[in-house]
Design a protein around this ligand. Structure first.
Ligand code: HEM
Length: 542
């Protein structure tokens, strides 16, 4: 019977049917939109895509536009998901609380693609299993704040800085006439921080600086098998970061698997993920064998992998472990997950902060001068600079450098938003937040809020030093590393890496922007990025 009805249909009947269903869908969509519970101001969503088209390719400026139109709290539809965006420090206290009873404990990343790869159950960043997250976080916090690991990071920065200087010298930076060299510091820093992360994670030398040097110089570093392998590994890691972004912004499993070109990317990313897992597994197995029969006190490598593998026999951790539970060894699949996360969370953030800081001090000569004075007075002997660079000094004796980094990351907040999920029904600023809602702390907007920051768009590191001139408690409103239970566990390590790099660079080189009008801060879809930082470097004569 139904067959008979359809077979009698003409093309115009099909068109009318389509139009009918389409109009029905639109009316249904807006009817339910208009009667939604707990409405907030916000842009009118379109069916299926929500506000994605209004946001376009620039999330950061869209937040600013929405904030100026709708105020500090508004709603956005990412496809069909309603999200509540918060752009005021007074609204995010609950999100960033330290309380273990936090209602916003889970990061809002219930993403089908993450489930398909299994990364929603390992590590910490994307882990949605609270028990496993809690266990991993404790072990990782211990690892990333371990004094031996932090001291080791200073050693590796020094070693890699010697390597980078070698390339600069070969590129003729230090010739006798003191000719200065023009370098794109964003490219060099990208390679430096990537090699640093690989060194820190595995104690394996990486070659992305060498390979970059080869692309610039006629006198190439020998293209060994190691360089080629390392390049392959680094490309694969960069694809991995793209995988995460792809999965976050293309949530539909059907589209990813069956609709070109998404299906092409899905396949490419999946096989890259398999390749990386395999590569990590080989490294982990090899290291396990190396340390198998060595007593803990004899182990001299303090990279992150070794620390994770020996965590169950480390007495310091046992002492800190209050619950009395026995520490079990962290599993191989977990270690792979964790190390992959560190590349997503800990490379781009570190390198952009470093580049932005250099950019801002070049734009603000007075701040540069104060920073150089601080560094010179702390590390007076250039000849013995390497011996003087120690953990305590880097950590505690550079308050102006700390203020510069705070101000830099306030203006260049990365990531600019922090999405969390409400675990129970709650209330923020008199608005009901229903269970499961996604609440987004817009940290970039918070850091530029005109009611909370004096001259919010200006670079004033002093605001983090002087309580008299700047009466508001600024540091408490700074969420560059997040805050509370899900706050960044790599903060100390990141600061040590960046500060050591800055000390070495500024103690040895005069640095200026090639073009004063260049802006180092570019924008990708969801991150502030530094694609180009052209500077002139000249060895200092002190
Ligand atoms: C300047 C550099 C860095 C910045 C600006 C930064 C920023 C952040 C932010 C904003 C969060 C989210 C916090 C929250 O939700 O409250 C975070 C989380 C995290 N970061 Fe960083 N980070 C940096 C460096 C690093 C490094 C070097 C590592 C590791 C090697 C790292 C590992 C992590 C991890 C594992 C988390 C997730 C913690 C959890 O979910 O429990 N970060 N980071």
């Amino acid at each position: 019977m139904i067959n008979n009805i359809f077979s009698s249909f003409t093309i115009s009947d099909y068109s009318e049917l389509f139009i009918f269903f389409f109009v029905f869908y639109i009316v249904h969509f807006y009817y339910f939109y208009l009667i939604r519970p707990n409405p907030l101001p916000g842009p009118l969503p379109l069916p299926i895509v929500g506000n994605v088209i209004q946001i376009g390719f620039n999330l950061i400026s869209s937040v600013q536009n929405f904030q100026s139109k709708y105020g500090d709290i508004f709603e956005i539809y990412m496809f069909s998901e309603r999200q509540i965006w918060l752009c005021n420090p007074s609204l995010v206290n609950k999100v960033f609380t330290n309380s273990t009873k936090s209602n916003y404990f889970r990061r809002a990343l219930s993403i089908q693609g993450f489930k398909e790869l299994g990364i929603d159950k390992v590590g910490v960043v994307f882990n949605r299993d609270i028990m496993s997250w809690r266990y991993n976080r404790r072990i990782l916090s211990y690892t990333l704040t371990n004094v031996r690991v932090l001291k080791e990071s200073i050693k590796i920065v020094k070693k890699l800085f010697e390597e980078i200087e070698g390339y600069w010298i070969a590129l003729n930076i230090c010739n006798e006439n003191d000719n200065e060299l023009m370098v794109d510091l964003s490219q060099w820093t990208r390679r430096f921080m990537t090699d640093l992360a690989l060194n820190m994670n595995f104690s394996e030398h990486a070659f992305s600086m060498a390979s970059y040097f080869n692309s610039l110089s006629k006198n190439k570093v020998q293209q060994s098998q190691e360089i080629i392998e390392s390049e392959k590994f680094l490309k694969s890691l960069s694809l991995w970061v793209q995988t995460i972004i792809f999965l976050m912004f293309c949530p539909s499993s059907f589209i990813r698997h069956y609709i070109p070109p998404f299906s092409y990317f899905q396949l490419k990313f999946q096989s890259n993920f398999n390749w990386l897992n395999n590569a990590f597994s080989k490294i982990i197995q090899k290291r396990m064998k190396e340390i198998e029969n060595v007593p803990l006190e004899k182990i001299q490598t303090y990279d992150i992998l070794t620390t994770l593998l020996t965590v169950n026999i480390d007495q310091d951790l046992e002492k800190n472990y209050k619950s009395g539970e026995k520490i079990k060894q962290i599993e191989e699949s977990e270690i792979t997950g964790v190390l992959l996360e560190f590349f997503v969370a800990g490379v781009e953030t570190v390198l952009t902060t470093t580049c932005f800081a250099i950019y801002y001090i070049c734009k603000h000569p007075l701040a540069k001068q104060k920073l150089i004075q601080e560094i010179d007075s702390e590390f007076p002997e250039l000849s013995s600079l390497n011996d003087m660079l120690n953990y305590e000094k880097i950590l505690n004796n550079l308050p102006y450098c700390d203020a510069i980094l705070k101000e830099t990351s306030r203006l260049g907040t990365n990531p600019p938003i922090n999405p969390r999920e409400a675990s129970i029904q709650d209330e923020i600023d008199g608005h009901i937040i229903s269970k499961g809602s996604v609440v987004v702390a817009c940290t970039d907007a918070i850091h530029l809020h005109k009611d909370y920051w004096e001259k919010p768009n200006e670079f004033i590191p002093e605001r983090f030093l002087s309580k008299d001139d700047y009466p508001l408690s600024y540091s408490q409103k700074l969420y560059t590393f997040g805050s509370g239970l899900r706050g960044c566990i790599g903060k100390q390590l990141a600061l040590i890496k960046i500060k050591t790099f800055l000390v070495l660079l500024l103690r040895k080189y005069d640095i200026e922007l090639v073009n004063e009008n260049d802006s180092a801060i570019g924008k990708s879809y969801a991150l502030k990025v530094c694609d180009r930082l052209l500077v002139k470097l000249k060895p200092r004569k002190v």
